[in-house]
Design a protein around this ligand. Sequence first.
Ligand code: IVH
Length: 699
Amino acid sequence: MSGLRAIAPDALTEAEAAEELAALAAEIARHDALYHQQDRPAISDAAYDLLKRRNDAIEARFPALVRLDSPARRVGAAPARGFAKARHRRPMLSLDNAFDAADIAGFVSRIRNFLGLPETERLAVVAEPKIDGASINLTYEQGRFVRGATRGDGAEGEDVTTNLLTLADLPRTLQSPAPALIEIRGEVYMERGEFLALNAGLEAEGEEPFMNPRNAAAGSLRQKDAAVTATRPLRLFAYAMGEVSEKVADTHHGFLDRLLAWGFHVNPRSTLLDDWSAAASFQDGIGAERASLPYDIDGVVYKLDRLDWQERLGFVGRAPRWAIAWKFPAEQATTVLRDIEIQIGRTGALTPRAVMDPVTVGGVVVRHATLHNADEIARKDIRIGDTVIIQRAGDVIPQVLGVVLEKRPAGAVPYVFPDRCPACGSHAVRPEGEVVRRCTGGLICPAQVVERLRHFASRGAVDIEGLGEENVILFHEAGLIRSPADIFRLKEHRATILGWKGWKARKLDNILDGIEARRRIPLDRLIFGLGIRRIGEANAKLLARHYGSYAAWREAMIAARIIGSEAREALGSIIGIGPAIADELVEFFAEPRNLDALDALDALMAEVTAEDVAAPEGSDSALAGKTIVFTGTLETMTRPEAKARAEALGAKVTDSVSKKTDIVVVGADAGSKADKATALGVRTVTEAEWRALAGFAPS
Ligand code: IVH
């Protein structure tokens, strides 16, 4: 083979190395194709491995020469569809939003509360402009860039390594001493001017322009062909870390300095403030500068500077307790309201939606806005034909704020909210004290059924690729799917569907494959997917963690129907669930119109397997799987911190002591709970013992 040499990599000149890497890339790609696509390998596995190892050795010696099409970045042939999945070593989460100084004050006091810090303790923070682009996770091993992935669902994204290698801002090797392993997080974005030029070019070629710089960045990063990505003006700012094998800094600003030393771009406006109280004036300053920045920002991210505090604070739900995004005030516009549509949610709620003349707000074209509920429409006296003021803040759904009365057309009449469900004609009733009107049709209401199915298949729930709203409606109307279980039997109707106009085998098989791929479902996603009122992702996780397995959960839901039963008490005492949500949950299975909810669930379970929930992280901890109650005052940490740590170690924290409690941590001035524990023979521990069990340093 030309270009391949037997010289040790160290002895190669750079030109020779480049030539040989090119030859290796071509040769290995040829063997990949022979092996994976034609099933006709031309060389032995051992000979193939030798080629790969030679390639790796030369790349390690000359990291700057690593090619876009490097064989080390490809595993076999390209995956059949889309990008390969890439699991993040630590989840990529989002941020809570603040809209004013009061939100920030609340946030800061929660931090003080958690850490038990006095008002006098100054809290240094780093302020970083928040660019809306595509967030990415970059993995470096031994200082070399090995993989880059999109955020995806937070746990798992798409492997876009090859495309990222086209970015000039991406360091391929870290330029100063680096840990053995580090995940760097940042934002791939496009400057406004470059975005406009890109769109002009696309339009000139008769192609669809991008809606905004964010879509342009995300779309360009996810091109199937890296050569296309290479032509797009993508830039990168780094701002956070995920998994790391050793400590790299004591503070966030120290970490940003390390990023700079490694060769990353860090937003030059990132600023260390010596206390939170300086946030408001920073926010005003950057707000004034906003229009003159070369990229769009929608707010500022404030991060607590001390990393040891960040570590202790940890996360709640999908967001850290130590950072917040303070968004700029929402943008407003006026347009004409043409109609009010009623949408029916999966729990039967009738939600009014404004249909308007298209208008641009904050860089996005808006045609619909939420009107919330009947009371809101009446309170604002919104009438069809009115000129309305709408507002869009960050990524929230646009809202109708009010009406420009001077522009009201003659003859406009007050809006009458329907008392029947527009989808099934059933009565829509509004229970005492509630603002929402609900369709009473239950499972006979096609809109509710479709919404439940759509929710079940959606990304946050069971995540069935290809089964979006449009297809759910189609299959439902044809009578092929009425319940989640039917989805898993859709393949029995393959021939029928292929008889429909426009249905090619390939398209249908993609959907059927997407369904087959979900026959094992993590228990929390399954519970969330059922679409029970008030059981969102976070509560579904709490339940899955608490009960551990599908069987245990099902049994508990049935037992909990009896008010006052131990199962009902246990459900209500899961911290974060509480009695009100417990009632809702029990009702879902007990209400007459849902009588068949359990039947439907059993039918579903005949098709799928729920994956038990293993205790997270320290499942080797002595606390994993234990049920803990805290009582009395802890002196060395706050109650929120103690609870968060217990849960991170796989324990459940509940409010009341019962036979099922494993450990009661007794603080100062403990009362009846400690007595009850003794009476029931439940193990009690002191605060010092708790610290040892939970792995805190002795105080
Ligand atoms: S920190 C746990 N820093 O905002 C920390 N995020 O709403 C999470 N973003 O998905 C991220 N600029 O895409 C962080 N300086 C910044 C950011 C930033 C933009 C985006 C990022 C993230 C989203 C969270």
